[in-house]
Design a protein around this ligand. Structure first.
Ligand SMILES: Cc1ncc(COP(=O)(O)O)c(C=O)c1O
Length: 395
């Protein structure tokens, strides 16, 4: 039997993500579901949309779910449903995808960026508490990379101050904290079906969850031009629909979601074992590689597997892996408070040190469900050879 180092000698390219592998397995199921929508002619508001809403509401232990056109729209609609606008402040992490903050800006409210916990990369509850003012109208924790933010503390702080929590669970469908699913903790939860997500669609799509019937109704109204009945507009809403083709395809994927989650968790575990075998688990060997930290309360669903490489070597490792045809990516190279469009908010470099360090030091490896064990072996072998050549060993 070849040992892991022998297996690594092959030069197979390793993609960051190959949606084709998973989709080929369910091709017939998906095409049949899409054909059914095609034949029905109900391209919008078809029964599959309601079925998907019901499925995700149950899955997230929420009473209601409302489909919309994207995760970005879900966040925007959530803020619209809370009547957030000029003069209001919304607390968000800076270490996240743009959409978490752009929704605040689009409504004319003030973005209040706070720092992260450097272990989990999720928003730091102490920083949230310190940022609350009399104008704070919402807090948006993001469950980054598939791991829940510290929801117990965040929800406690929010309820003490009577501020709604909107969970950005775009990367974390199926995740939980203390056994309770994400999207069931805040007033609303926001899900994305962007194809790289754990429940990835065949284009754009999103979903909101809530336990509050009035909010669910308002979200539906706002997502449909504020129109009820037809051609009578009580509010200025937007057009944000989840189309029936997407819902039908996603319903097929929902049947496999537990399997996808388990496969991601198995891949994460395999990475930990392989890095340990290679002497790269941080505890010994090299002190300048940090593997992901898993909060003991979190049911992590591994949308991403993050390595942390300080001392300016992250970019060199990235180049090395790319030259070895190993897909890797930086999420996110520029924190939101340093983005050109948010410079006007006046955050100086150094104001969110943990966020800025993470942006400089983090690199993501492939972890999608259909990734093969030999591909993971090759990834770790290449990371190990980079470290042996470039980094100092712990004495
Ligand atoms: C944390 C986070 N929030 C929001 C979004 C927006 O989702 P979408 O791409 O579906 O608009 C994404 C994904 O792209 C995301 O990763």
């Amino acid at each position: 039997m070849p040992n892991s180092h022998q297996q690594c000698s092959s030069n197979i390219p390793v993609p960051l993500l190959d949606v084709g592998r998973g989709n080929s397995v369910i091709r017939d199921e998906v095409l049949a579901a899409i054909a059914e929508v095609y034949d029905s002619g109900r391209f919008l508001h078809g029964p599959q949309v309601t079925d998907l809403e019901n499925y995700l509401a149950a899955r997230c232990h929420s009473k209601f779910a409302v489909g919309c056109a994207s995760g970005s729209d879900a966040l925007l609609l959530a803020l619209m449903a809370l009547d957030i606008g000029p003069g209001d402040e919304v607390i968000v992490p800076s270490f996240t995808f743009f959409a978490t903050a752009s929704c605040v800006s689009r409504l004319g409210a003030k973005i209040v960026f706070v720092d992260i916990d450097p272990r989990t990369y999720n928003i730091d509850p102490n920083a949230v508490e310190a940022a609350i003012t009399t104008r704070t109208r919402a807090i948006i924790p993001v469950h980054l990379f598939g791991q829940s933010a510290a929801l117990t503390e965040i929800v406690k702080i929010a309820s003490r101050n009577d501020i709604p929590v909107i969970e950005d669970a775009a990367q974390a469908i199926g995740a939980a904290y203390h056994g309770r699913p994400v999207c069931s903790w805040g007033q609303m939860g926001c899900i994305s079906f962007y194809p790289t997500k754990n429940l990835g669609g065949f284009g754009d799509g999103g979903m909101l969850t809530t336990d509050n019937e009035q909010l669910a109704d308002r979200l539906r109204l706002l997502a449909g031009h504020g129109m009820r009945p037809r051609y009578y507009h009580s509010e200025v809403g937007i057009n944000s629909r989840l189309d029936t083709f997407q819902a039908a395809g996603l319903l097929v994927k929902c049947r496999h979601l537990d399997h996808y989650t388990l496969a991601r968790q198995t891949n994460a575990q395999r990475y930990f074992e392989l890095f340990h075998e290679a002497g790269l688990d941080g505890a010994r060997g090299f002190d300048d590689l940090t593997l992901p930290y898993v909060d003991p309360a979190a049911f992590h669903v591994w949308n991403q597997f993050s390595l942390r490489i300080p001392f300016g070597r992250r970019d060199a490792l990235r180049t090395y892996l790319q030259q070895s045809q190993i897909g890797c990516e930086i999420y996110y190279p520029v924190p939101l408070h340093e983005q050109t469009c948010f410079r006007r908010l006046g955050y100086a470099t150094g104001s969110l040190p943990h966020t800025e360090a993470a942006a400089r030091e983090i690199l993501h490896l492939p972890i999608y469900p259909e990734m093969r064990p030999e591909e993971q072996t090759r990834v770790v072998s290449q990371v190990a050879s980079f470290f042996r050549a470039n980094c100092r060993a712990v004495a």
